[in-house]
Design a protein. Structure first.
Length: 286
């Protein structure tokens, strides 16, 4: 383990961090080869306990069963997100928070996570990586129980800027998955998820605030879309999931959920059937 370790007395307040990151964004100019001096520095939140009322609200908006003494697979991301935002809104982080796009997440759950348990939460930026469209920040979140990692995730966040990289060759699309359901998404999904998760990014809340950032309507949170898919798909207790966020979901809207037991997709309706989220679920083998 490299870097410094900062022990927090409580979870950071997400709203002020998002505002601070937005204010600092115009002064950050990402470019090829940019470095982050804080790579490897860890924020640690010990003795973390879950707010069961917020958890229930999250379960309802994402479609998970409520009242069970186990955390949904995606919920530790919600717990770690304020720590990640504290790092990425910091003065020394070189990528602007505004315009930073969550492009993928890989989650590994090693065992059942009790909702009433006590955990240690750790978040750090593992590295910055060159991408054909800019620079990616790779953020690692770990949940420990008694010193043992029981859940971990790796997220990539892309800051777009000019590069000299050649365009990547387009990979052939896999065969379409069988459609299992069609979901009509209400206009308030972003507000409901924002209230449950604390992520009240304005692009998710109202058409007016979304238009300020170039979207015709509010868009669903990427982590809501993958959570909703996994709630419908189901996962084993020991599992690894990888999801790619490929296109925003406009609210209100209608999407189709498709899956084959291993792969899943969230697609638009109509002839184009644009893929919004694609993912894969794999049980862990001992």
């Amino acid at each position: 383990m490299t870097g410094t370790v900062t022990i927090l007395s409580g979870p950071p307040s997400l709203g002020p961090l998002l505002a601070l990151g937005a204010l600092r964004s115009p002064f950050k100019r990402p470019r090829p080869g940019v470095a982050f001096p804080g790579t490897g520095d860890r924020l640690v939140l010990p003795d973390l306990r879950v707010d069961l009322a917020r958890l229930a609200a999250y379960e309802r908006v994402c479609g998970f069963p409520t009242g069970e003494d186990s955390l949904p697979l995606t919920y530790p991301h919600v717990l770690g997100f304020p720590l990640a935002m504290r790092i990425m809104s910091g003065r020394g982080f070189p990528l602007p928070l505004l315009g930073l796009v969550h492009t993928s997440i890989e989650i590994t759950r090693h065992t059942t996570l009790a909702a009433t348990g006590s955990y240690e939460l750790t978040v750090h930026v593992e590295r910055l990586a060159a991408h054909r469209r800019g620079t990616e920040a790779v953020v690692v979140t770990e949940l420990r129980d008694g010193g043992t990692v029981v859940w971990e995730s790796t997220s990539t966040y892309l800051a777009r800027h000019r590069t000299e990289a050649a365009p990547a060759a387009r990979e052939p699309e896999p065969d379409p998955l069988p459609v299992l359901d069609e979901w009509r998404l209400a206009a308030d999904v972003g507000r409901r998820y924002g209230a449950a998760s604390g992520d009240r990014n304005p692009i998710h809340l109202h058409p007016l605030t979304a238009r300020l950032f170039g979207f015709p309507r509010a868009i669903a949170h990427g982590m809501w879309t993958v959570a909703r898919c996994l709630a419908a798909h189901g996962t084993p207790q020991a599992v690894r999931v990888r999801a790619e966020f490929r296109a925003p979901v406009l609210l209100p809207g209608t999407v189709t959920f498709a899956a084959d037991g291993e792969r899943f997709e969230l697609r638009g309706t109509g002839e184009s059937g644009r893929v919004h989220v694609s993912g894969r679920v794999a049980p862990l083998t001992r």
